[in-house]
Design a protein around this ligand. Structure first.
Ligand code: KIV
Length: 276
């Protein structure tokens, strides 16, 4: 199967087929996500929370993103790899934004980049596209703005902020993004935006009418101990299974029942005999 392209993603909306996206940050997980046939793997800067233990995504660096994007790219054969542009990697100048987006493609091996923001990011999106790098937009709750937003809150609940979100979506569409992530947006507003723009919307806390869905993989597999947002469905609950395995390992090592004979390697008797 050839790798999913931006055209495939756009066509899915036209054909009313839902688009699937999940995050992954390492080789083993990305290989499973790819094999499951998920359309896009997002190397999200949420790796700051789930991989690196930060409180939010602000400390994540370009080096962190390149490092994890490389691992995911090595594993993915069919899914499109989308790499997040971390905080401050695209805010200072358009030149820096293009160079950093280029690193995620050239060094990281991604096929596209994602950046947060609406109208204020139009010129940046255009500059990155000018370098022939496909861009995914991200509007609504944009975690890199957590300080300014005053927390992780649902966005667009009143007339003014809802209208602002509609304008943001249209501006990012017009700038040329091939799809737009909408995070924590009321379901009716996400539906209206999805109907009014031609590029696919990928919801996370945006309800069922978005053109696709994305979740953080550790949340949906039930293997993250931190705060789990309301919009997450746990498709598995791996944390207790992992804990059980870890405790069993500790018990068996301490009791001397692991490793057993079959886990060791043999050597010839005559070699043993010749040893001092
Ligand atoms: O970093 C991330 O995982 C994201 C998703 C929340 C869309 O941006």
């Amino acid at each position: 199967m050839p790798r999913i392209t931006t055209t495939d993603i756009r066509n899915k909306k036209a054909k009313k087929e839902k688009i699937t996206m999940l995050t992954a940050y390492d080789y083993s997980m990305a290989a499973m996500v790819d094999e499951a046939g998920i359309d896009m793997i997002l190397v999200g800067d949420s790796l700051g929370n789930v991989m690196l233990g930060y409180e939010n995504t602000l400390p994540v660096t370009m080096e962190d993103m390149v490092h994890h994007t490389k691992a995911v790219s090595r594993a993915s054969k069919n899914a499109m790899v989308v790499a997040d542009m971390p905080f401050l990697s695209y805010h200072i100048s358009r030149e820096e934004a293009v160079r950093n987006a280029g690193r995620l493609i050239q060094e990281g091996g991604a096929q596209s980049v994602k950046l947060e923001g609406g109208i204020e990011r139009v010129d940046t999106v255009k500059a990155i596209l000018d370098a022939q790098i496909p861009v995914v937009g991200h509007i609504g709750l944009t975690p890199q703005s957590v300080i300014q937003l005053g927390g992780f809150k649902v966005q667009g609940k009143d007339v003014e902020t809802a209208n602002r979100l509609i304008k943001d979506a249209k501006a990012i569409e017009e700038a040329g993004a091939f799809c737009i992530v909408m995070e924590c947006v009321p379901t009716p507003l996400a539906k209206k935006i999805s109907e009014e723009i031609s590029v696919p919307t990928i919801g996370i806390g945006g309800g069922p009418y978005c053109d696709g869905q994305v979740l953080v993989i550790n949340d949906m597999l039930g293997m993250f101990k931190g705060h789990i947002p309301k919009f997450v469905k746990k498709f598995a609950n791996l944390e207790p299974i992992i804990m059980e395995a870890l405790k069993a390992y500790k018990e068996e090592v301490e009791a001397g029942t692991f490793p057993a004979e079959e886990h060791g390697f043999s050597m010839k008797e005559e070699v043993l005999e010749k040893l001092y």
